[in-house]
Each structure stands twice: as C-alpha cells, then as structure tokens.
Ligand binder design. Structure first.
Ligand SMILES: Nc1ncnc2c1ncn2[C@@H]1O[C@H](COP(=O)(O)OP(=O)(O)OP(=O)(O)O)[C@@H](O)[C@H]1O
Length: 362
C-alpha cells in the first residue's frame, strides 16, 4: 500500500503507533540548599502516537519531573525530549508557545479560575492564541458536549462537583486541538465512581481524537483500567516498561511488585491464622500459589484439565481467580493439597504453565 502523504513537502502523515514522544538519556537534577537532587537518570523511552501511556513510581521517583519535561515546564539537565522528532529543549520562545498549544495538560486539583465562568475558563487560552470569537464559541460548545457538560457554560466552578471540574479541565486542555494530553494525577482527588467516569472519558477522547495521552498516577487501578503501556520509575531510573498486561501480569522489579501488592491475591485471614511453615499434626495441607499472567500467547484462559492432571484429585482451589487484562488471562490461584508430599506436589505443579510459590501448610 502507498504511504499516505499529507503535505506539499511530501512528508508522511503521522500514524497511530509511530514514536511520538521520545526521551533519550534524559536526566534532570534540581539544585537545593542541601546540594543537587538527581530526579531523573538516563531515561530512554518511546511513547507511541495515539496510545495511553502510564508512568508509575513511588513518591519522589521522578514522575512529575518526567511528564513536565514534555511541555518544558521543567528543563532537562541532560539528554533530550523529542516530540515528532523536534527537540523540545532547543525551542525558541515562539516555538515553545506552539509546543504548549500542542500539549494540553490536566491537573489533580483542576486549576480552574474560580472567579470565571466555565465559558471564560475555556475561552482564555483560545483568546491568548488569537482565535476569533465565533470560533471560540463553537469550540466551547463542541467541547462541553464532548465532556458531557452541555448547558454549563455560564456556571462558575464552585457550583460544580469534582468530576465536573475535571471535565472542564479536560475541555480546556482540548481547546487548541492538541496532539498530546498530559494528565498529572488527574483522578487522584476524585472518588472511585467519578474516577471511572473520567477514565472512560479519557478513553473516548483517545479513540475519537487519536490523542496521545500520558498520565502519571499513584493509583495502579487507573493504569490497569485505561493504559495501553506503562513505565515504572524508581529513584529517577526507568526500571521496567511494556504493555500493561505484561508488566502487571508478571512484574519483574521489586518497586513494581511493591506497588502492585495491594491488587495481589492474598491468603484469606482465616487460613493465614492457621498457616505453618512445615507440615504438622492438623496442618498438613500444602498451600501454594499459582500465578498466571504476563506470558505471551496465553490469551484463552487457564486449562483446568492440566491442573487436575498435574495435581490430582486431592487438589483444592482455596482462593483467587482469573481475570482478563487487555485480552490476556491473568490472575492467581491458591491451591491446597491435603497430605501431599510437598516436593512431589511442587514437581507436579511445575508441569503447569504458571509461576509457583509455596505459601505454607494449614
Ligand atoms: N522544584 C524542585 N526542587 C528541588 N527538588 C525537587 C523539585 N521538584 C522535585 N524535586 C525532587 O526530585 C525528586 C523527584 O520528584 P518528583 O516530584 O518528580 O517525583 P514524583 O514521583 O512525581 O513524586 P510524587 O509522587 O511524590 O509527586 C524528589 O526527590 C523531589 O524531592
């Protein structure tokens, strides 16, 4: 098929999946009274056009510093950040203004002007960009409809719920038709139900407008719900990245495992209370965990026949379940085998295509 050509110079039109934002050996340090703080160290990362990309990390890992280098709210100390091949570090004043128009941003606390109506909040950046009045009015109407706030143009932010304020924030970020939307903890101030509706809206915007969305969050459920790929930062370094099903299905780095721990299947309290390290009188059921996920090719589910064939009919499913993440089966099953000799049981379990961890005996 002929490549689609979009401009007079014959350049190829950007396509979903192309590299859109590229960090090369990016570093950032801050000068503080107590000396330099290395917030980012040698980050190499590509974010693709039209994907939803999540950045996670514990507090102080460098998430805000990283996202803020994209629209140069922070300058890098070394390396580069490119958008469509353009090094944002090298932009002149006017080019920087244009870059900021191409990268909308939304914030945890919405950052709306309280003394201005919704209309005015949306109109301000457009006026600064020199858009004609009629066009501003058209855009405000279209975007308020897109975010589900028709009829709210004259309302003041104080009369809106948190979720509605974030919808205004999203509409404002879209006023200048950006190609990138940066989300800085955009749902962290919202209750779980409102979070779901905002995430659904971000998904819809991503699909309908083909926007590249980069979000930082400390909420793993947000990443799981909405992101295509994810990167994990720890002490300013990129420690792992990949599709969410892979990183969440089989986390490799301790920082990732620690952040995902709250989502992990754990031994229920009643069993945990009876748990022993070795078999004893009355504690002779070997308990182990089978972890499924993060493995290429396992899309259909987990074969019960194989579990039964390997572990025999003394095996009991104690707890857990299998979920689906981006079309991949993943989850954990806690299995018990009564009176089983641990070694034989584990050798048998190894025949099942899962990661195995002995929990103890109950
Ligand atoms: N303006 C600044 N001046 C000095 N140090 C800073 C500044 N901004 C961030 N830092 C330091 O840089 C490191 C990375 O901070 P950053 O805010 O990027 O991390 P984060 O992962 O976003 O953290 P959090 O989840 O707590 O917001 C931290 O050690 C932080 O204290």
């Amino acid at each position: 098929m002929e490549p689609h050509v979009d401009d007079a110079a014959g350049r190829q039109a950007p396509r979903a999946g192309d590299a859109h934002i590229v960090f090369r050996s990016l570093s950032k340090h801050y000068h503080t009274a107590r000396g330099p703080v290395e917030a980012l160290k040698g980050i190499d990362l590509k974010i693709r056009r039209a994907e939803i990309f999540g950045i996670i990390g514990r507090s102080g890992a460098g998430k805000s510093s990283l996202i803020r280098t994209i629209n140069r709210l922070e300058r890098a100390s070394g390396g580069s950040v490119e958008i469509d091949g353009q090094d944002v570090q090298r932009l002149s004043g006017n080019e920087l203004v244009r870059l900021r128009r191409r990268t909308g941003m939304i914030f945890q606390h919405f950052n709306l002007l309280r003394s201005k109506s919704v209309f005015e909040n949306l109109a301000l950046p457009a006026r600064a960009a020199g858009l004609p009045r009629a066009e501003i009015r058209r855009r405000v109407e279209r975007l308020l409809a897109l975010v589900g706030l028709e009829g709210k143009a004259e309302v003041f932010p104080s009369r809106l719920s948190g979720g509605q304020k974030q919808r205004v924030g999203i509409a404002r970020a879209l006023m200048l038709d950006p190609e990138v939307l940066l989300c800085d903890e955009a749902t962290s101030a919202l209750d779980p139900e409102t979070t779901q509706t905002i995430l659904a809206l971000l998904r819809e915007i991503n699909r309908r407008l083909g926007l590249t969305i980069v979000l930082i969050t400390h909420e793993m459920a947000v990443i799981r719900e909405v992101c295509d790929r994810v990167a994990v930062l720890e002490h300013g370094e990129l420690v792992e990245s990949g599709p969410v099903w892979q990183v969440f299905g089989a986390p490799r780095h301790d920082a990732t495992k620690a952040m995902l721990a709250p989502l992990a299947v754990r031994l229920p309290e009643d069993l945990a209370a009876r748990l022993r390290e070795a078999p004893q009188e009355g504690h002779d059921t070997l308990v182990f965990k089978l972890d499924y996920g993060g493995v290429k090719g396992r899309q259909d589910g987990v074969g019960l026949g194989r579990i039964l064939a390997a572990l025999g009919d003394r095996a009991m499913l104690l707890h857990g379940g299998i979920d689906r993440l981006q079309g991949h089966a993943q989850g954990s099953l806690l299995v018990g085998i009564k009176g089983g000799d641990a070694r034989t049981a584990l050798e048998q379990a190894a025949l099942i295509d899962a990661r195995i961890e002995v929990v103890g005996y109950v």
